[in-house]
Design a protein around this ligand. Structure first.
Ligand SMILES: [Zn+2]
Length: 427
């Protein structure tokens, strides 16, 4: 007897009237019109059943700290970094854990069940690292939380010399952080940036870890750290295990140079995370008009065979005062900023918040097929593009076949003469 049988679901690949059979936390079969005895039966009524959303780039140590100790008046990246510096000495472990757990509640309600978060390691107390390791343990039954050591102030830029932050970073890895991060464009010089990429990739190779660096998050067309990251990945045999996050400088680079860079990235099987909400607000701030958008070249990267995910990056923190853990809002912004409006490209934007980030994190048994974990979201939408258009309500969120969250359908009652009494904005 099955534990759960879902009928009449539409899948992201366009198949309709599909049944999904679940037993002991796994999907055992996905097929049309399956009839079998089950403890629980759910009629999806033709709505979209998707694997859960995945956020490949987040900062959970800063989330929901908006207004602490003051709000970012200018809304710029540099005031955000300064503000984070003011906030860090005031952080307490309990408050950090509480804010992160609250964010994870929001994430579950939005069907977001896997998150890669960077965690600042420049504080020698490693307070945020310890807090997020605790959060990771507590949310493990419902969220896959992956941690990245992130030297926000530059790994070679410690006030007490180039070893200071590196030592913190290594200690954080020893405590159990999963992924090696970096921020080469924020080191003192281009040469130090390149050195940081080399040292951090070598560290990851020695420890058998994945890499995810904030890389070239600037509008500088001459920044070359993506090239170095691709080179070190290939040199050290880390293909497929390294991610470049942001890569906003690629927006401003010379086209000829990018035509050389893309094949190097593809050769290294570099993965890319763009953060549309944050890139469109923080980049281009030194421009008058026209203002650059500052998001990396998503359609061109995809066309080169490179895996691209969209990340949320920030929610209500020193850098960004908005957000709610809604990866459809992220996909919606990415679609607009990259002008990905063809039918195929809009569909790719849905992949950029589901299957593509799952590959970045290296999630196993992710997807809607026999043998996968029974993790999925039922959306109030008929297809992925409609889900993005409506930032569709997550009617039901399941993990390992167990219901985690329910949201009432969004329906408005109308009081108009001669018109229908209800609308859900679905034609
Ligand atoms: Zn970031």
């Amino acid at each position: 007897m099955l534990d759960l049988l879902i009928h009449n679901a539409t899948l992201p690949d366009g198949r309709t009237a599909m049944s999904v059979a679940v037993q002991e936390g796994r999907i055992v079969e996905v097929t049309a019109g399956l009839m079998a005895p089950a403890h629980e039966v759910l009629d999806a009524q033709g709505m979209l059943l998707s694997p859960p959303f995945v956020d490949a780039h987040f900062h959970m140590d800063a989330t929901l700290s908006y207004g602490l100790p003051r709000v970012n008046q200018s809304g710029t990246l540099l005031e955000g970094i300064a503000l984070w510096g003011e906030l860090k000495p005031l952080l307490t472990q309990d408050a950090l854990i509480e804010r992160a757990l609250t964010y994870c509640d929001w994430a579950v309600a939005k069907g977001l069940l896997a998150i890669r978060t960077h965690v600042d390691v420049c504080d020698p107390r490693l307070l945020a690292v310890q807090a997020l390791l605790e959060v990771k343990k507590r949310v493990a039954p419902y969220i896959d939380l992956q941690l990245v050591v992130f030297p926000q102030d530059g790994v070679l830029r410690g006030a007490q010399g180039p070893q200071q932050h590196m030592d913190n970073l290594v200690r954080a890895l020893d405590l159990g952080v999963d992924v090696v991060g970096g921020i080469p464009h924020f080191e003192r010089t281009m040469a130090d940036g390149a050195l940081s990429v080399k040292l951090l990739c070598e560290l990851a190779a020695r420890r058998g870890l994945r890499v995810d660096m904030h890389c070239d998050e600037s509008d500088d067309p001459h920044s070359r750290h993506v090239e170095t990251l691709a080179f070190e990945t290939q040199r050290l045999g880390l293909q497929g295990r390294v991610t470049g996050s942001h890569l906003t400088s690629m927006h401003s680079m010379d086209n000829y140079y990018v035509s050389k860079l893309l094949p190097l990235m593809a050769e290294a099987q570099l993965q890319v995370v763009a953060n549309p909400l944050i890139n469109i607000t923080l980049q281009g701030r030194h421009d008058s008009y026209p203002k650059r958008r500052g998001m990396t070249r998503v359609p061109e990267l995809l066309a080169a065979g490179i895996n691209v995910a969209f990340g949320h990056d920030c929610v209500m923190d020193p850098w960004y005062s908005l957000g709610s853990g809604d990866m459809l809002e992220v996909a919606h912004m990415g679609l607009h900023v990259a002008q990905m409006t063809s039918q195929a490209a809009m569909r790719q934007c849905f992949d950029a918040v589901t299957v593509n980030p799952a590959r970045v994190l290296g999630l196993e048994r992710y997807g809607l097929a026999g043998g996968c974990h029974a993790d999925f979201v039922l959306l109030q939408a008929g297809n992925p593009v409609e889900a993005i258009r409506l930032r569709a309500p997550r009617l039901k969120v399941f993990r390992r076949g167990r219901l985690l969250s329910e949201t009432a359908p969004a329906t408005s009652a109308l009081h108009l003469p001669g018109r229908p009494g209800l609308t859900s904005m679905m034609p």
